[in-house]
Design a protein around this ligand. Structure first.
Ligand code: COA
Length: 259
């Protein structure tokens, strides 16, 4: 169905694998288009409750935007590329009401690091490498890197990483807060799946609110606390909140329905 991406739906979790291993899964125009189409499905298909984004092969998650498409670009072309990617893919991932985790299995450079950062959080294998090396091409990140890297690691470290183009390993990425867990390569997908199974066993409406409110906090939204009050109240009108309280009082596991 897709030419650059593999998808597999198992137990309500969609694994999205960028599949151009001979080009280290670089994001060309087709990958962005196809990721955009897949995000529409993630939003609208009720059989999908969560997603994992990863890369094909042992070496790379995504080694960046496809540099072979850069020479033909002028100013408005570059702007169009960044805008389309942000609108169709990166912002859609970040704001998706269903949980999306990056399973970073190798190089996550440039647009690859940005793709991982757009996800709700990240797991990395011991072999993963992260960086924003756009400066080496005379560029800046264009798929949200200046904003999301700063949110995740703080201003000073983000400045250093982007200005030097340094590539860091998974241990350093974890110490900076860029990734939550580091696993062996073999454990990466099982551990990511296990975390998502836990998350999708919770109340989906609460998970969606956690995503949107935490995203507001990350951008320093001035009305974050007010919006939290509103969301807290709204959820009391959900059947799942009643079920959660009832299940606790009846000393049994809750069975949530997403309503
Ligand atoms: N765009 C297009 N092609 C890319 C690519 C990218 N971002 N990253 C890797 N590739 C291609 C290489 O051109 C090469 O293709 P070829 O076999 O047809 O020559 C293939 O993927 C393998 O990459 P190679 O560079 O040979 O692997 P390596 O192990 O020597 O180096 C990297 C790995 C990741 C260090 C190196 O590929 C690299 O620096 N890539 C670009 C990273 C980058 O700047 N990303 C930000 C872009 S904005």
């Amino acid at each position: 169905m897709y030419t650059t991406i593999l998808t597999s739906l198992q137990e309500q979790i969609l694994t999205i694998t960028i599949n151009r291993p001979d080009k280290l899964n670089a994001l060309n125009k087709t990958v962005i288009e196809e990721l955009g189409q897949i995000m529409v499905s993630v939003y609208t298909d009720d059989t999908i409750k969560a997603a994992i984004i990863t890369g094909a092969g042992p070496k790379s998650f995504v080694a960046g935007a496809d540099i072979s498409e850069f020479l033909e670009l002028d100013g408005s072309g570059g702007q169009g590329l960044a805008k389309k990617g942000q609108d169709l893919v990166f912002n859609k991932i970040e704001n998706c009401p269903k949980p999306i985790i990056a399973a970073v299995n190798g190089f996550a450079l440039g647009g690859g690091c940005e793709l991982a950062m757009a996800c709700h959080f990240r797991l990395a294998s011991e072999s993963a490498k992260f960086g924003q090396p756009e400066v080496n091409l005379g560029l800046v990140p264009g798929y949200g890197g200046t904003q999301r890297l700063t949110q995740l690691v703080g201003k000073g470290k983000a400045m250093e990483l982007m200005m030097t183009g340094a590539i860091i390993d998974a241990t350093e990425a974890k110490s900076l807060g860029l990734v939550n867990h580091v696993t062996s390569p073999d454990e990466l997908l099982p551990k990511t799946t296990q975390l998502l199974k836990t998350i999708i066993s919770k109340a989906p409406l609460a998970i969606a609110k956690i995503i949107s409110l935490t995203n507001l906090a990350a951008i320093g939204h001035p009305d974050g606390l007010e919006l939290e009050v509103a969301a807290f109240g709204e959820l009391f009108d959900s059947a799942d909140a009643k079920e959660g309280a009832r299940a606790f009082l009846e000393k049994r596991p809750a069975s949530f329905k997403g309503i």
